[in-house]
Design a protein around this ligand. Structure first.
Ligand SMILES: *Cc1c(COP(=O)(O)O)cnc(C)c1O
Length: 221
């Protein structure tokens, strides 16, 4: 099926409060334009160099989300234009985003990544580490960062019950953190969970942002 039909099918089944990040990594600019022509404006990329190259050639009203593992030394390349960074998984990275954002006089929206899967390979804070972070003086001193919510990836498994439990745990943590630390901050409202294989499960657990790649663009090479 074509990109536009796949995209329209997914958009039709998303509740109105759930936004779609079309994950275009490893797919060429023409594929992105096909989705753009259907009206999609949020695209997700996971490699800095690829994101910068696509930003240069594609329409400027695209909201680019960085969804991959971001190295501190590459933050400076995306901060001038990125609209949301999903995977902040260390204080060091957060401080570097703040520093670079200050330089270009921007406030950068970010999500904190929590490690909820069983695989060791996935990145992210534990719940305890996340609580320590948001209580730390260094975090509180950041002026050019806006924490807009949390992001997580479930285990890569056919076991739906496991994925549901992982999403449920993150959603509960999100609600607690919102009440305990961000009740005065309206922009703390995003729960970025759900990919091609599990987005319906994630939506049922309170996702506000799904990151879908292969179901729209096909398999990546
Ligand atoms: C690649 C990727 C996605 C999209 O994965 P699909 O299974 O192709 O939908 C979502 N989130 C992150 C963090 C990714 O790296």
């Amino acid at each position: 099926m074509s990109i536009s039909l796949q995209l329209q099918g997914i958009l039709a089944e998303l509740p109105h409060n759930v936004r779609l990040v079309a994950v275009s990594k490893f797919h060429p600019a023409e594929d992105i334009l096909e989705a753009y022509d259907v009206g999609q404006r949020i695209f997700g990329e996971s490699k800095v160099q690829e994101l910068c190259a696509k930003y240069e050639v594609l329409p400027k009203d695209i909201a680019w989300h960085f969804i991959g593992h971001l190295q501190s030394n590459k933050v400076k390349y995306i901060v001038p234009f990125v609209s949301l960074i999903h995977g902040v998984d260390s204080l060091k990275l957060l401080l570097e985003i703040d520093r670079q954002a200050k330089k270009c006089d921007r406030k950068i929206a970010v999500l904190l990544q929590l490690h909820i899967a069983q695989e060791e390979t996935k990145f992210g804070f534990s719940f305890g580490e996340c609580l320590d972070l948001v209580a730390s003086d260094e975090f509180l001193a950041c002026r050019n960062i806006e924490i807009c919510g949390l992001m997580g990836m479930a285990s890569n498994t056919d076991d739906e019950l496991l994925a549901i439990e992982e999403f449920k745990g993150l959603a509960a943590f999100f609600n607690d953190l919102q009440a305990s630390h961000f009740s005065q901050q309206e922009s703390f409202k995003e729960l970025s969970i759900g990919m091609s294989e599990d987005y319906l499960l994630a939506i049922a657990q309170g996702s506000t942002m799904v990151r879908i790649g292969s179901k729209i663009f096909g398999q990546r090479n």
